[in-house]
Design a protein around this ligand. Structure first.
Ligand code: PEP
Ligand code: MG
Length: 842
């Protein structure tokens, strides 16, 4: 049961309230009264230490609601929260509910076994029965203030008292299905902003308002639903023309056609279509919505208020630019309506309730921007949560989302790993998208599965999930329908997400998970053994790694070497680039894990979807076609030099090879070799121990490289096919785009032809060729690669035991003879069914 803590300046009052509650049939709930200070708590006052003890005495994972009387009691409760252990903090709520009515209402809910959220909502509605009985609903100004969380209207919000001066008014009926929700409200605000006029808006149907027409938050607090009547009261030089424009916008349904309205996200509905399994496996856990989580900014005071205000405004500008860039990037993927959410977020950033009030808190209270911003985000998002309309309540998520973005910009953070701090039970992470930086920073002993709206099977997020054996599903559009903490099952093989499953389904999923674990264990026992096909040909199985930690996992899973060390991951999640010494340390650790086995170290492949803030790379219209991989080395000479020095030095004791990403021409291979050789000469001059020469290879991941393989082969020592990029470039289909998944299949005949060209060219010139893209861990992919004759396959460490078993089950000679038939096929689908036929002996 949820616990209840009653805090009053008067211990007697708190205890009397507790006995009133017990006397009304709530004897069994965990409740404690505290307050008063001094000898025997006889004096009036509150003490944070007492509140900490009180919370501790009724604490459970179900949470604790703290109700206070006034003034410093609230501050003591907030201070108490800071003293509590981190893992308890998310389960404690300090409520703004009226003390007596709130406590009685909360107690009844607690007795019913309700969740903390429901108990809190009930407490906050504690005054409603009395107000209704006395026919005294909240006054218009206080309702606006309740939603905005301020006690007096802010200067920026204008005067919301009785009408004065030359105001003109018009009443209009809002016809949108969801009323004045975020997108139409954002349009309205943009329109109002283009006129020289002051606008106040009231919801006549609910007797709410007036509020400023320039604040998204205040407009939302009016809770305007379909067919409700709204009064626009306008003053100023352009008042009349503004009213006409508003009326035209309302008549036009805010530009939303009926068709579009139906496709708006429906909080209750789930649409399983379009889901993509991006990392195999079943996961069970509670939903954790990344975007809905806030941030903790410690209370701190600015050294200089003006500087703090400037830093805050600059951070807002950075987030605005970022939102605009995201919108540009997604123009081709999202509908006009979906894109408007970026505008709505940009408007939220400048909303007087957030922006102006944060500046006011900095100027008047002297707070640090992050803390002041945090206070406003909390107030405004909580205000949304109290609204009766489910759709408008969802806006709390937008406020928190914008809140996190700005907070991150303020503190210069990239990644949200620490958001999971304090969470200890397994979660399934829900997020619109995850950057590789974020994915890399999560604690995967807690994150059991990942569900994203964007991100296809060869996105780096998907690759990381596979590397870590974390099931993941992409293309999940209905984030709004998932409540935090709901039980979820995901199946990353077929791409299924089941929200709040029945007990039977849960039991089945647990059983499937258990069987899968057992099967993996069985294969792991055999993983040390070589992968020899039925007809006796040996295929080397290597691991793709991104850190020393992966290297250890790879060895445990039977890797015979590493075919790809994605070194750029050493550069992520940091504020500055790793030094030569740091990189050297990481390479040595990897070397120690692999011992004498070969390790192919790919020089850093930054760019594309792996952006690094501190490198300040210019934004590009098509990052995958931009300055990525080896194209960066000339302009980032120092970084490149430190990187190569670290590799050559570490290679002294290990069997390292160097591989270069994004090669498109012979000249690049010649230049890179001589650049590396120069670095070797420097080391030599300095008398630093290192290895030279060592094999230098090229990735075949661009169509240019595949077509030129014959020529490239003479200037490198080996090749490795990057099937992920090769597929995206051959198919002209961005690898992270879930709408293009059907084009992202490496078994497409065009991709297979490109691979064949490269394999034949390499072998003609006596060079080895491996594969390090995700194709190497796909069942059919392995069969096709055997048919094509590659020498080595490198894959996510978690996939090695299964892949070895797969190779053992195949007959390479049969596959080789199948090649001409594969080449006849016109689609990946046809090739996959031909391989299946072969497998079934048809
Ligand atoms: C590839 O493109 O297939 C590859 C292995 O490199 P990355 O996935 O890191 O781009
Ligand atoms: Mg690549």
């Amino acid at each position: 049961m949820v616990g209840l803590v009653i805090v009053s300046h008067s211990r007697k009052l708190a205890e009397a309230l507790a006995s009133l509650i017990r006397g009304t049939g709530n004897e069994a709930i965990p409740m404690v009264a505290t307050g008063g200070v001094g000898e025997g708590a006889q004096e009036l006052g509150t003490d944070a230490g007492d509140i900490v003890d009180a919370i501790g005495s009724v604490y459970s994972d179900e949470g604790v609601l703290v109700l206070t009387d006034l003034g410093s009691a609230v501050l003591s409760a907030e201070l108490a929260l800071e003293f509590l252990p981190d893992e308890q903090k998310p389960h404690i709520r300090i409520s703004s509910a009226p003390l007596v009515e709130g406590a009685v209402s909360a107690a009844v809910q607690i007795g019913l076994g309700s969740s903390l959220q429901d108990v809190e909502l009930e407490a906050r509605g504690g005054l409603v029965p009395k107000q209704e009985h006395l026919d005294q609903p909240e006054t218009s100004s206080s309702s606006a203030d309740t939603a905005s969380g301020t006690e007096t209207p802010s200067a920026a919000s204008g005067s919301f008292g009785p009408e004065t001066g030359n105001r003109v008014e018009r009443v209009m009926t809002i016809t949108n299905v969801h009323g004045l929700h975020a997108r139409p409200a954002a349009k309205l605000i943009r329109l109002i902003g283009s006129f020289d006029a002051d606008v106040e808006v009231s919801n006549l149907s609910r007797k709410l308002g007036p509020v400023s027409g320039r604040s998204l938050n205040r407009l939302s607090s009016l809770n305007v639903l379909q067919n409700e009547r709204v009064r626009f009261s306008v003053s100023g030089p352009e008042a009349a023309s503004l009213l006409d424009a508003v009326e035209a916008l309302v008549d036009d349904n805010f530009g939303e056609s009926e068709e579009q309205l139906e496709s708006l996200p429906q909080p209750e509905s789930k649409n399983p279509e379009g889901l993509i399994g991006i990392s195999d496996g079943i996961a069970i856990g509670k939903a954790f919505l990344l975007t809905s989580h806030g941030f903790e900014a410690e209370k701190a005071f600015a050294e200089d208020r003006d500087t703090e205000a400037r830093l805050f405004t600059e951070a807002v500008e950075r987030v605005e630019a970022d939102l605009a860039a995201k919108k540009r990037m997604l123009v081709s993927r999202l509908s006009e309506q979906e894109l408007e959410i970026f505008d709505a977020h940009a408007i939220l950033l400048r909303d007087p309730e957030l922006f102006d009030e944060t500046l006011r808190l900095i100027a008047d209270g002297g707070y640090k921007a992050a803390y002041a911003w945090g206070l406003r985000v909390k107030k405004v998002s909580q205000a949304y949560e109290t609204l009766s309309d489910a759709y408008l309540r969802q806006r709390a998520k937008d406020v928190r989302d914008v809140g996190v973005q700005l907070h991150d910009a303020l503190i210069g953070k990239d990644g949200s790993g620490e958001l999971l701090t304090g969470i200890s039970s397994p979660v399934i992470l829900f997020a619109d998208d995850l950057t590789p930086t974020q994915t890399a920073s999560f604690d995967f002993s807690i994150v059991k599965g990942v569900v994203t709206r964007f991100g296809g099977p060869t996105s780096h997020t998907a690759i990381l999930c596979r590397a870590l054996g974390i099931p993941a599903v992409g293309g999940f559009a209905d984030m709004e329908s998932v409540a935090d903490g709901t039980m979820v099952i995901i199946d990353g093989k077929v791409g299924a997400v089941s929200i709040d499953p029945q007990e039977g389904e849960l039991a089945e999923a647990r059983e499937a998970e258990r069987q899968k674990r057992e099967e993996l264990e069985r294969l792991r026992q055999k993983a040390e053994e070589a992968a020899i096909s039925i007809d006796g040909s040996l295929v080397e199985v290597f691991a793709n790694i991104a850190s020393p930690r992966d290297a250890e996992l790879a060895i445990r899973n039977g890797a015979e070497g590493s075919g790809l060390f994605r070194t750029e991951f050493l550069f992520l999640n940091r504020k500055t680039a790793p030094t030569e010494e740091e990189q050297f340390g990481a390479f040595v650790k990897v070397g120690e894990a692999f011992g004498e086995k070969p390790v192919i170290i790919r020089t850093f492949d930054i760019g594309g979807d792996k952006q690094i803030d501190y490198m300040r790379l210019p934004s590009e219209a098509n990052p995958f076609l931009g300055v990525r991989g080896l194209r960066l080395y000339e302009t980032h000479r120092e970084l490149f030099t430190a990187h190569i020095r670290a590799i050559l030095r570490a290679a002294f004791s290990f069997n390292f090879q160097i591989m270069v990403p994004m090669v498109v021409e012979v000249d690049e291979c010649i230049r890179i070799r001589s650049a590396i050789e120069e670095i070797h000469n420097d080391l030599e001059r300095e008398g630093v121990k290192h290895r030279w020469p060592l094999p230098i290879g090229a990735m075949i991941e661009t169509p240019a490289a595949a077509l030129l393989a014959e020529k490239l082969a003479s200037s490198v020592d080996f090749f490795s096919i990057g099937s992920n990029d090769l597929t995206q470039y051959v198919m002209a289909a961005e690898r992270g785009n879930p709408d293009l998944v059907h084009f992202s299949d490496p078994l497409h005949p065009a991709v297979l032809s490109a691979i064949k060209l490269a394999v034949e060219a390499a072998h003609r010139q006596g060079k080895r060729i491996g594969v390090c893209g995700e194709m190497g861990s796909d069942r059919d992919g392995i069969a096709a690669l055997l048919a094509l004759g590659v020498d080595e396959i490198s894959m996510s460490p978690a996939k090695i035991p299964e892949a070895k078993e797969r190779i053992r089950s195949l007959d390479r000679s049969k596959l080789l003879s199948l090649l001409p038939r594969l080449e006849q096929e016109g689609s990946a689908k046809a090739i996959r069914s031909l391989l299946k036929e072969l497998e079934e002996g048809r």
